[in-house]
Design a binder for this molecule. Structure first.
Ligand code: ADP
Ligand code: MG
Length: 271
């Protein structure tokens, strides 16, 4: 709606994990390279925590894009509200396991784990690596699911892990790990994403605008400060404020977005 008015080719502040918009703040850069390292080195598991809206899902999408599909077989679980049978079967289906049971009542966990083990060994023999990413892993409350995840990590051949597991979730995930001590010890790398500082928040906004086709400034200096204050430096909240501010500025036919507009839209958003 406001795209033409602001000279944009795309909407700059959509809350979707679109890799084109990635802004590598120092912490996003570091987390990304650590996770990539865990995958490339074939380590067992890594964990990434951070509050809602700080960029975990976006990072996972970029990792998946980065991995050469002729080498890496990947499974992405985005909604882990699954029973342990469903969880296991989901991974197996996505890895193309053979001879799986047709109905849930037929699922014998040991048999399915065996099939999974075979599929992983076959992948390895074909020169392929297996990566499973579980997004929103903090919602997993079922102890049996954690137990299965731990068993999957046990799959090794001559001291090589057959699978690399990335767990992403909100900070409660850390607590779930504290309970699962045995599991926690297997996590090679733990990363955390926090909010942006004021400088990064500004660079983030400018970066997204530039990807969306606009290099000229669109916010006043005071507006940047206000956005930072109201959003707490969390990308998802910055996006919500900026998107509504562009709409509001378009309605008011202003040439720049100032602090007052940011205050108004933040109030509307309840910030
Ligand atoms: N470093 C970043 N660069 C560009 N956009 C980002 C960045 N971090 C977060 N975002 C954007 O913020 C929004 C929320 O990010 P998301 O990955 O869904 O957060 P989380 O999974 O941690 O809740 C998405 O629109 C995402 O594209
Ligand atoms: Mg997410």
């Amino acid at each position: 709606m406001y795209k033409e008015y602001w000279d944009l080719t795309h909407k700059p502040f959509e809350n979707t994990p679109d890799p084109r918009f990635i802004y590598y703040s120092p912490q996003h850069e570091e987390v990304f390279s650590r996770l990539l390292y865990v995958i490339k080195e074939g380590k067992g598991a890594a964990m990434l925590t951070g509050v809602f809206g700080c960029g975990k899902t976006l990072i996972s999408r970029i990792l998946l894009k980065e991995l050469d599909s002729s080498i890496y077989k990947t499974v992405l679980i985005t909604n882990p509200y699954l029973t342990y049978e469903e969880f296991l079967m989901h991974i197996c289906y996505n890895l193309g396991c053979k001879d799986l049971p047709d109905t849930k009542s037929e699922v014998l966990v040991n048999v399915v784990l065996q099939r999974l083990n075979e599929a992983l060994i076959n992948n390895m023999r074909d020169g392929k690596r297996t990566v499973v990413i579980i997004d929103e892993a903090h919602v997993i409350k079922d102890r049996k699911v954690w137990e299965e995840i731990r068993l999957i990590l046990n799959f090794q051949l001559e001291d090589k892990f057959l699978i690399t597991l990335l767990l992403l979730g909100q900070p409660e995930l850390e607590e779930a790990m504290d309970i699962n001590k045995q599991f926690s010890q297997r996590i090679a790398i733990k990363g955390h994403l926090g909010s942006f500082d004021d400088d990064d928040a500004k660079k983030y906004i400018r970066h997204r605008l530039s990807v969306a086709g606009r290099d000229k400034d669109l916010f006043t200096e005071d507006a940047y400060k206000e956005i930072f204050k109201k959003s707490g430096g969390i990308p998802r909240r910055i996006n919500n404020i900026c998107d509504l501010a562009l709409l509001s500025g378009f309605g008011l036919k202003t040439s720049l977005i100032d602090k007052d507009i940011i205050k108004d839209v933040s109030n509307d958003l309840g910030n």
